[in-house]
Design a protein around this ligand. Structure first.
Ligand SMILES: NC(=O)c1ccc[n+]([C@@H]2O[C@H](COP(=O)([O-])OP(=O)(O)OC[C@H]3O[C@@H](n4cnc5c(N)ncnc54)[C@H](OP(=O)(O)O)[C@@H]3O)[C@@H](O)[C@H]2O)c1
Length: 267
């Protein structure tokens, strides 16, 4: 029997982690969401007796301590695997290249705030809040869901010069993961930054501008991987990510790996 906690579990990849992990009834799955009352997630969780909805916001340290305490009450104080998946971005500034970013302190801070709060500060608060449980767990694994958009070779080969705050935040996340891996290795704790691939998590019909942006991105990504057909499903991404998490050991701890389990193929 294993226990898993996932932040940002209300939709997309986070909710798919919950779904696939809950399919094994021996697992205890702690879905950390900002709004457990939301019908989308409460009706979904109702279907699984081994899923526990816990209120927690990755950008709010106090709420994470409360979430960890609620998790401990369910599991008896332990946790095997923590998956920090929450993410937020400023959509309007995403198309901007670095030289187009606001040339004023407040304007720049505003567009970096969401990705930094979820990936960087949220990564630290989530990890530190749940660390006492992980120390007592059997698997001792911490995974931060990162992105290949922070990988320099992929940026160069694809020519993706936009999405600067998001990519910078994920690059920072990768460094934090390496630091945690070094610090926690003597305790047998493994820490991984994991890129889930290019995943279709859009809910409902995509508006024309989104379809257009995806077409343009596909062409850029095909410069890196010519056989790429498009986005993969959450089901495929999470199935592969769970295999990588299963194999995580002291040797791979501290790295950024793709859903393929390597640092060479990102898409
Ligand atoms: N989709 C892709 O192609 C792709 C590619 C590379 C990496 N990733 C990474 O994979 C992870 C999941 O991506 P996704 O596309 O499924 O979902 P997403 O839309 O990026 O959101 C993930 C979750 O983050 C939480 N969240 C959103 N805004 C927040 C805010 N302002 N403050 C705190 N939490 C907030 C929400 O969960 P709650 O409401 O439950 O708190 C949401 O369900 C992210 O870390 C993303 O960067 C995705």
């Amino acid at each position: 029997m294993s226990s898993y906690a996932i932040t940002g579990a209300s939709k997309g990849i986070g909710r798919e982690f919950v779904r696939q992990l809950a399919a094994n009834t021996a697992n205890t799955v702690l879905a950390i969401v900002r709004d457990p009352e939301s019908p989308d997630i409460s009706e979904f969780a109702f279907k699984y007796s081994n899923v526990h909805l816990i209120k927690g916001d990755a950008t709010d340290p106090k709420s994470l301590l409360e979430a960890a305490s609620a998790a401990a009450a369910i599991t008896g104080g332990t946790l095997d695997v923590l998956i920090h998946n929450s993410n937020a971005i400023d959509l309007a500034s995403t198309p901007l290249n670095p030289s187009q970013l606001p040339f004023d302190a407040e304007g720049l801070r505003v567009i970096f705030d969401k990705p930094f709060s979820t990936a960087i500060y949220g990564g630290i608060w989530t990890t530190n809040a749940f660390l006492p449980l992980i120390e007592k767990g059997a698997q001792k694994k911490i995974v931060h869901i990162s992105s290949a958009m922070a990988e320099s070779q992929l940026i160069k080969k694809s020519g993706v010069s936009y999405a600067v705050p998001y990519s910078v935040a994920k690059a920072g996340m990768n460094v934090q993961v390496a630091k945690y891996a070094v610090e926690l290795a003597p305790k047998g704790i493994k820490v991984l930054a994991l890129s889930p691939g290019w995943v279709d998590t859009w809910e409902g019909e995509k508006p024309p501008e989104v379809l257009q942006a995806h077409e343009a991105m596909l062409k850029q990504f095909q410069a890196v991987q010519p056989d790429l057909k498009g986005q993969i499903s959450s089901e495929e991404s999470v199935r592969k990510c769970l295999q990588v998490i299963e194999r995580l050991d002291a040797e791979t701890s501290g790295l950024l790996l793709s859903q393929h389990g390597n640092a060479t193929r990102w898409l």
